[in-house]
Design a protein around this ligand. Structure first.
Ligand code: CTP
Ligand code: MG
Length: 231
């Protein structure tokens, strides 16, 4: 059950509103992406990592973890899906289509090893996701509630998302060709190709660092962990 990991890390971090892309902001004295990559390098069965960075990135190559033999880079694209596609196209030159791939956001440093084990033993196509904890409203005109959705059926998609390399590459290529706006994660491309990836409930620490307050929370959780307490 060997697998490769693809890490999209070519975003600008607009919602964070910082001068630097969020993946390079420090958390507990180390760039966010270094936390994520060090976490990934500890996963069992990992063959290698392909990180998609932006064309004008001058920081990645200077990181200590970038020197690791298991880590390679490609140039990403305008949208997250373009960055993932670039990494998958690179991988497919060296790996068989049946190779299992886990796509994981650079901005999720706190995914737990327990959840990685659950994902690895799930169906060949599977993703970590968060069961909705709030009541979910569908908005109609002028931000007024149109409907309350059945919460038991609502999951928020996270990463890693797992699929065989060849299947995912084909689904993404086709999805980006036919309906690029609809491809906001790997599962959405697989769904359009007729697959039904398995949802695997993730623990709440697997949030994506998006807004400034997420940095504060992540730092607190990472310090708590390195203090030897359980996650
Ligand atoms: N990403 C990428 N290539 C892009 C856009 C995003 O590789 N063209 C990556 C980001 O670096 C991040 C992950 O995809 O690790 C999830 O995207 P998101 O959280 O939206 O990050 P940003 O796009 O950087 O943030 P924002 O949307 O606020 O600008
Ligand atoms: Mg984005």
């Amino acid at each position: 059950s060997d697998y490769w990991v693809v890490v999209p890390a070519a975003g600008a971090g607009k919602r964070m509103g910082a001068n630097t892309p969020k993946q390079y902001l420090p958390i507990d004295g180390k760039p966010l992406i270094a936390h994520t990559l060090e976490n990934i390098l500890s996963w069992p069965g990992l063959k290698g990592v392909v990180v998609a960075i932006s064309a004008d990135d001058e920081v990645f190559a200077t990181l200590e973890c970038a020197q690791d033999d298991k880590i390679q880079t490609v140039i990403g694209g305008a949208e997250r899906a373009d960055s993932v596609l670039a990494a998958l196209e690179y991988l497919s030159q060296h790996q068989s289509p049946t190779t299992s791939v886990l796509v994981h956001d650079a901005a999720r440093p706190l995914v737990s090893t327990d959840d990685i084990h659950k994902l690895l033993s799930a169906a060949p196509m599977a993703l970590l996701a968060q069961p909705a904890s709030d009541t979910v409203k569908l908005a109609g005109a002028e931000s007024c509630v149109r409907q309350t959705l059945p919460r038991e059926q609502i999951w928020l998609a996270q990463t890693p998302q797992k699929a065989p390399l060849g299947t995912l590459l084909q689904a993404l290529q086709r999805g980006l060709d036919e309906n690029p706006k609809a491809i906001t994660d790997e599962a959405s491309a697989l769904e359009l190709a007729g697959h039904a990836p398995e949802l695997v409930a993730a623990c709440r620490s697997n949030f994506k660092i998006t807004h400034p307050s997420d940095l504060v929370l992540a730092e607190a959780l990472l310090r708590h962990r390195s203090g030897g307490a359980s996650s």
